[in-house]
Write a protein that binds this ligand. Structure first.
Ligand code: GLC
Ligand code: MG
Length: 249
């Protein structure tokens, strides 16, 4: 068994089946001790909501945390986000202009304050409305020369972030830092904000069995041999995928 970089989304990917989670934790813990495998959580959650889940589910400490859909990277348990990464994202990002442009769209309901972050503006947007609102909103924002990206997940969550940022690009940053090639990296997810994890290159991908339609549709349109669609849900699907790739026994 060789070391690898393990990257996983939290809600409905790592977390969702407590028994399977306990088994996976155990295996990963041992793999980290014996082989130096690195563990990364990549979530849309803010620091506040991450800590809540971490305590509730007793998640093990990762080697790096990617929060707020890739706009914040925390290394080795640090309380402050990596400043090189923040620096990269700040170029061309104008949060106030995003706020004033989005105020014209009555369908956008602001998410709680804790989820509004320096490089992330988030709303709830109903699936029915999203079909017309998303293209309109995107063209409005791009016309104002805003260097942004829209990420829509689970038929409700809309994140507006700098164009240079998403979970996938945050993982590239870590891969380069720790010198893992794509083939030694595995990414796991279930919904729209995880597409960037799978889209970025030749990383091994595990789509859990309970994945959302937006991710399954993307997967069907972009099939790849280095991506595995699991039968089992959540952590059970991750264990299945890690075995498929020969990363664990
Ligand atoms: C998490 C975050 C939320 C975000 C969603 C999708 O639920 O709390 O702000 O919109 O992930 O990325
Ligand atoms: Mg998820």
């Amino acid at each position: 068994m060789a070391r690898f970089m393990f990257v996983t989304d939290l809600d409905n990917t790592l977390v969702g089946d407590d028994n399977a989670l306990a088994e996976l934790n155990d295996r990963l813990q041992r793999h980290r001790q014996e082989h130096g495998t690195k563990i990364v959580y990549a979530t849309g959650r803010s620091p506040v909501l991450y800590r809540e889940l971490q305590q509730e589910k007793n998640l093990m400490e990762p080697d790096a945390l990617v929060l707020a859909v890739g706009t914040e990277i925390y290394l080795d348990g640090s309380d402050s986000p990596d400043s090189n990464w923040s620096e990269t994202l700040s170029q061309g990002w104008d949060r106030n202009l995003v706020l004033s442009k989005t105020a014209d769209f009555s369908e956008l309901i602001p998410q709680p304050d804790s989820e509004q972050r320096p490089f992330k503006v988030s709303f709830f947007l109903k699936q029915e409305a999203s079909v017309t609102v998303l293209p309109k909103l995107e063209s409005e924002l791009l016309q104002s020369n805003l260097n942004i990206k829209l990420i829509y997940s689970s038929g409700i969550d809309l994140d507006i972030v700098p164009r240079r940022s998403d979970k996938g690009q945050a993982v590239q940053f870590l891969r380069q830092k720790w010198k893992f090639v794509a083939e030694q990296t595995v990414v796991c997810g279930d919904s729209g904000n995880d597409i960037a994890l799978f889209a970025v290159g030749n990383e091994r991908g595990i789509i859990v069995g309970n994945a959302r339609p937006e991710l399954l549709q993307w997967h069907n349109e972009n099939p790849a041999n280095h991506r595995y669609l699991a039968q089992n849900a959540c952590a059970g699907g991750i264990i299945e995928g890690l075995r498929h790739f020969g990363l664990i026994e």
